[in-house]
Ligand binder design. Structure first.
Ligand code: PEP
Ligand code: MN
Length: 366
């Protein structure tokens, strides 16, 4: 249930009303949006009569029951106002959300060595990315496949962050690594395979760090939003949803099927920002560009693109990784489309003037 307050309501009145609504099984949550103040009542509100609440304050405009099972994640809970999530990076704040420039996160599937990650960070930054995305702990189908360098890779991500000022996004697989990851990551990724690892969601939610929540391989949109709800319920409002392709019957020509329709569907259901990952969705580098363009056209707020200095030698996900040159070209191709939709910033317009054509890290793991 949500209580919509007049925007001019004094804060003492908001506090008084919140305290009055507090019950053992109901937690009031105040959200001050750009145009309205909403008090959300989370818990069992079945016994509460909206008409009675209406009489509790002259500043109350409306009382509405939230029908969706995902309460805090629902658009209704914010009375139709989409969230913006601001992440502080060494280069300054970056905002994820509708009506903001498209945020670009790029980098290799896995951190392989220092030169490779630092050089790749410089290259994706020069092309206009705001975040370096690289894995230290990798969820691999085979236990014999490269599992990531773990803690030492976190140290390398920290070096790349320091050298470039890019924000860092990296995946957590085990709650035991949380403290170490929190030290380095500006955004913590929860991968597709852990989308319903509820104890991990609660622990990551409790950190307050921005969370990138990938859609599970076979998760419905409702499953996905219920998982986001776990993080929000842990007190962390900074959740970004990432569509990365779902399992369908064809695995021969694409790795997964990118659910582009998730973008407009999510817009009607949730206030949370949306990222698209065309790399894992297609599994093939040649399809990343058209799917990235389609994602922008459909209204994505952010893109995650895998970039590797030498994809043929990558320790994981080489076939879907772009070379830095191809990534730069993609950024140039995306710029006019992003501008057309009014969603391209000065930061990512760096791509308009190529700065590193032909420059590949000399000592990369190739
Ligand atoms: C990744 O982002 O590198 C990854 C493993 O993705 P997903 O969880 O979407 O498979
Ligand atoms: Mn990958």
């Amino acid at each position: 249930m949500i209580i919509i307050m007049n925007p001019s309501t004094p804060s003492a009145e908001i506090e008084r009303l919140s305290a009055e609504m507090c019950r053992p099984n109901i937690t009031p949550e105040v959200c001050t949006g750009q145009h309205k103040i909403v008090i959300g009542l989370v818990g069992d509100t079945s016994e509460i009569d909206p008409c009675q609440i209406q009489n509790l304050s002259p500043f109350i405009e409306k009382v509405i029951r939230v029908k969706q099972p995902f309460k805090r994640a629902s658009l209704e809970f914010r009375y139709g106002e989409h969230s913006q999530i601001v992440v502080q990076t060494p280069n300054g704040p970056v905002t994820f959300g509708q009506n903001h420039p498209i945020v670009i996160a790029a980098g290799p599937c896995a951190v392989e060595n220092e030169e490779m990650i630092v050089e790749t960070a410089h290259l994706v930054k020069a092309a206009g990315a705001q975040f370096l995305r690289g894995g230290a702990y990798k969820p691999r189908t085979s236990p014999y496949a490269f599992q990531g360098h773990g803690e030492s890779a976190l140290g390398l991500l920290a070096k790349a962050r320091e050298a470039t000022g890019l924000g860092v996004i990296t995946e957590i697989m085990d709650a035991a690594d949380l403290e170490k990851i929190v030290e380095v990551a500006d955004v913590i990724q929860i991968g597709a395979r852990n989308m319903q690892n509820f104890s991990l969601l609660k622990k990551v939610g409790a950190t307050g760090k921005a969370v990138l929540l990938k859609r599970g391989l076979s998760a419905t949109i409702e499953d996905w939003l219920m998982s986001a709800e776990y993080i929000l319920a842990a007190g962390n409002p900074n959740v970004i949803l990432c569509e990365r392709g779902i399992r369908t019957f064809d695995r021969q020509y694409t790795r997964n099927t990118l659910d582009i329709s998730a973008i407009p569907v999510l817009r009607t259901l949730t206030h949370l920002p949306i990222m698209i990952d065309p790399s894992h969705a297609t599994g093939k580098s040649e399809f990343v560009q058209p799917m990235a363009m389609a994602s922008i056209a459909a209204g994505a707020d952010s893109l995650m693109i895998e970039v590797h200095p030498n994809p043929a030698k990558a320790l994981s996900d080489g076939p879907q990784s772009l070379t830095p040159e191809k990534f730069e070209k993609l950024m140039q191709e995306m710029a006019p489309l992003g501008q057309f939709f009014g969603r391209w910033s000065k930061n990512n317009s760096a791509a308009a003037t190529p700065k590193f054509a032909g420059r590949i890290p000399a000592t990369a793991n190739v």
